[in-house]
Ligand binder design. Structure first.
Ligand code: PLP
Length: 424
């Protein structure tokens, strides 16, 4: 499908008068419509809850929108817990799905009353040592190993992933946790990332539901929830077809009724921890072409760089680019679209066919709403951008200011750079 920005050129020209490029722009309307559709898709399940993966877009204003629809937070670090606490989120509204977890993070998660999802069987001891008990509600992360595939189509390679416990370890862990006083159990698994197929969640659900039945039968525990985690993807490429969340919800329901209900497990709550699906399509990185260079290849240099969006540099990920105002022009030029880092992988696109770009053109880089801003770093001393919310009424709100040199140097207090210099 043709990818169209959620702002027009005219709208954007007004916005850039107020906020200098580059910045991430988020679409409140899209975020709201999507969460509503997700909730409807799983409305058949009484306990259903989405825990937004905070790492995807750790902005309290955006998470605040999801909160209105009853979403919790999925956290995996101290700072993510802290952000949740600052937003007044606690108790069972936090899922702590960490791995390689430092003891003090277990302590903090427990203090907040979060549901703790253990990544490894050895973490039972770590947790008990850290907090002096085993919580009544506990979850374990599962990794069946092997390849995760639908017929011949390999979705991902759990056997090569660092996360989760083996099947045997799940049984052993549940037994141990039960003996130590846990009352309500959860099962979690994240077996494939960015799946652009309606088949992933139903397949995962079948694996987890069948495991849940066996765990219940063999260990006698009460399974309170099954967490399908993240992994529902988005169509980064125009030729990809978007997932249909209604179909996904309905297919998961069928598996639920097939596997869980006959076993008297029709009270199991379904949880999700979606990040990319919740925010990805509703973010644009807005940047301006500032240079045109013709050497062995043709380059467009923009004022954003991998600091603002790392996915292309990190995974060679495709992000669609629209040259604003030239949507209908033929894509006759082949460009590398680059940032300014001294790092040759700082390219938003390689050999991308685009309309002829002039210096001063605004480019929208699509699908940066998740794992975009948050993944950024500060290489070359480049600063992280602002985040701006395009509200439902068409107005904008600054929801994070851009970094300043003073922010960048803030941790160098042993060698103060000086306020005066930073203000230059
Ligand atoms: C990253 C992550 C998610 C979210 O993944 P998406 O691909 O953004 O949906 C959910 N749960 C855990 C444990 C994660 O690490």
């Amino acid at each position: 499908m043709k990818k169209t920005p959620f702002v027009t050129k005219e709208q954007l020209e007004k916005i850039v008068e107020q906020y200098p490029t580059p910045f991430h722009l988020y679409d409140e309307k899209g975020i709201r419509e999507n969460i509503k559709a997700l909730k409807e898709a799983f409305a058949w399940n009484r306990g259903y809850k989405e825990y937004f993966a905070v790492k995807a877009t750790p902005n309290p204003f955006l998470i605040g929108i999801l909160r209105e629809y009853g979403c919790g937070c999925d956290c995996a670090s101290y700072s993510e817990l802290l952000l949740s606490e600052a937003m007044g989120i606690g108790g069972r509204d936090i899922m702590f799905s960490s791995n390689d977890t430092p003891a003090q993070e277990f302590v903090y998660a427990d203090r907040l009353g979060a549901i703790i999802n253990l990544d490894d069987i050895s973490h039972i001891d770590c947790l008990e040592k850290a907090i002096g008990k085993i919580p009544e509600v506990i979850s374990c992360r599962y990794n069946p190993g092997g390849l995760f595939q639908i017929s011949n189509d390999i979705m991902d390679n759990p056997g090569d992933a660092k996360y989760g416990m083996t099947t045997d370890q799940m049984f052993e862990a549940f037994q141990i946790l039960k003996e130590k006083g846990a009352k309500e159990f959860g099962i979690h698994a994240f077996l494939a990332s960015n799946t652009v197929t309606n088949a992933y969640y139903p397949m995962l659900a079948k694996v987890l539901f069948e495991l849940a039945v066996r765990l219940k039968k063999e260990t006698g525990v009460h399974i309170g929830f099954i967490n399908l985690s993240g992994g529902i993807g988005i169509p980064y490429r125009p030729e990809q077809e978007a997932n249909d969340i209604r179909v996904i919800g309905e297919e998961v329901r069928k598996v639920y009724e097939e596997v869980l209900v006959p076993e008297g497990m029709g009270d199991v709550a379904i949880y999700t921890e979606l990040g990319r699906f919740m925010m990805g399509p509703y973010g644009h990185l807005v940047t301006k072409a500032i240079h045109e260079k013709h050497t062995h290849k043709d380059y467009i240099g923009v004022d954003a760089c991998a600091v603002n969006l790392m996915r292309p540099a990190m995974y060679g990920a495709y992000h669609h680019i629209t040259v604003m105002g030239k949507e209908e022009e033929p894509c006759t030029c082949k460009y590398d679209v680059t940032g300014s880092l001294c790092e040759n992988n700082d390219k938003f696109a390689i050999d991308r066919m685009l309309p002829k770009v002039e210096t001063g053109d605004f480019l929208v880089i699509h699908d940066t709403g998740a794992h975009g801003y948050s993944m950024g770093y500060n290489y070359n001393g480049k600063l992280k951008s602002a985040e701006v919310l395009l509200k439902t009424d068409g107005t904008t709100e600054l929801i994070r200011r851009a970094e300043t040199p003073a922010d960048y140097f803030a941790t160098l207090d042993l060698f103060p750079i000086g306020e005066k210099l930073c203000k230059k």
